[in-house]
Write a protein that binds this ligand. Structure first.
Ligand SMILES: [Mg+2]
Length: 339
């Protein structure tokens, strides 16, 4: 089993802005794992918020090749060896995706069938970048004209305008709305803003407080809307603590380290009565395809990375008329390179 990798820049239709900063392109690392005449692919999407970038991913991948061994189906054993090489969840997630792609191709079945999950998933949300209220309303109109009927608004402007942002979008968009604050409120701003957002028919609030904030449980007890956490919830080890501060969790393969850990997190969250969402970083259809099998297990889906791109180097994920992301059903992840 041989591992190789390559850096790739993904161009965006519009700059992607959240409370932490703006991105003009997504920088990812493509991983290829070959066994005999089959090659599986995965995509590492490092996030500086979690101390990762393309350099740290490549440094990890340089050291990780020997951990793969000779049997790509021995996923638990491979993950144990990868853990011994050290952290780097985005890189591990890319290896995990490439192994699932490879195993599906070797077995002649899609990863969805390999895992025994449904191909049917809830509709995905589409992200509207943080901007002035009017600009976000125009962006929502452009998204709706592309068939996006479920929006996630990025908030946390720090300027007292977050309610105005949601109101401006609500003025032009009647579909389901959720908001993501990316850790940029404190307890007073959260308690002041959330009732106003409830009045604007927002479904839930994602990561209002900084991860690990001491007021998490107090906010959950007093909030008028469900609270989902993202930055607070990286791996299975975080899920039980999140039940104390949130009503749901946002699982991402790049935080979890791949499909296997993500599925464990879904079941742990269910046991604790939590809602479950699967999200993404800045990903092409290769990265999105790896998260799709997890989506059928979730209440909410935020897999829009490939929809934000000006050119997607991978094909095979369909955006369905119902607004869901659906892999082709070909063996493995069901995607192929086009650019
Ligand atoms: Mg988030």
């Amino acid at each position: 089993v041989e591992l190789s990798f390559e850096r790739v820049e993904l161009g965006l239709r519009e700059p992607f802005r959240i409370a932490r900063g703006v991105q003009h392109r997504f920088e990812v690392v493509e991983v290829a794992i070959t066994s005999g005449r089959h090659t599986g692919f995965g995509e590492a999407t490092p996030d500086a918020r979690f101390g990762q970038d393309p350099d740290t991913v490549c440094a990890y991948l340089d050291r990780a090749g020997d951990a793969l061994g000779h049997d790509p189906f021995a996923l638990d054993a491979i993950h144990a060896r990868l853990a011994a090489v050290g952290g780097q969840s985005a890189a591990v997630a890319a290896i995990d995706a490439a192994l699932h792609d490879l195993c599906g191709k070797l077995a002649g079945v899609s990863v969805t069938r390999l895992l025994g999950v449904s191909a049917d998933a809830p509709a995905t949300a589409f992200t509207i970048s943080l901007d002035e209220p009017d600009a976000m309303a125009r962006s929502a109109e452009r998204a709706a004209s592309r068939g996006m009927d479920r929006l996630k608004l990025k908030l946390g402007g720090g300027d007292g305008l977050d309610t105005a942002r949601v109101a401006a979008v609500r003025g032009v968009f009647t579909g389901p709305l959720q908001v993501d604050v990316n850790e940029h409120w404190d307890l007073p701003e959260a308690l002041d803003t959330i009732p106003r957002l409830a009045g604007l028919d927002v479904e839930f609030v994602e990561q209002p407080l900084p991860a690990g904030h001491r007021d998490g449980a107090a906010l959950k007890a007093r909030a008028d809307l469900p609270v989902f956490v993202d930055e607070d919830c990286e791996t299975l080890a975080d899920v039980a603590r999140c039940a104390e501060i949130a009503n749901g969790i946002n699982i991402k393969l790049a935080k979890a380290g791949g499909i296997r850990e993500a599925v464990r997190m879904v079941h742990a969250a269910r046991a604790l009565g939590l809602g479950v969402m699967v999200g993404c970083m800045g990903e092409s259809s290769l990265g999105i395809a790896a998260a799709c099998p997890v989506a059928s297990l979730c209440d909410h889906v935020d897999l829009d990375g490939n929809l934000l791109l000006s050119a997607d180097p991978w094909a095979g994920v369909a955006f369905t008329p119902a607004g869901a992301q659906r892999p082709s059903g070909r063996p493995g992840l069901g995607v192929w390179r086009v650019g």
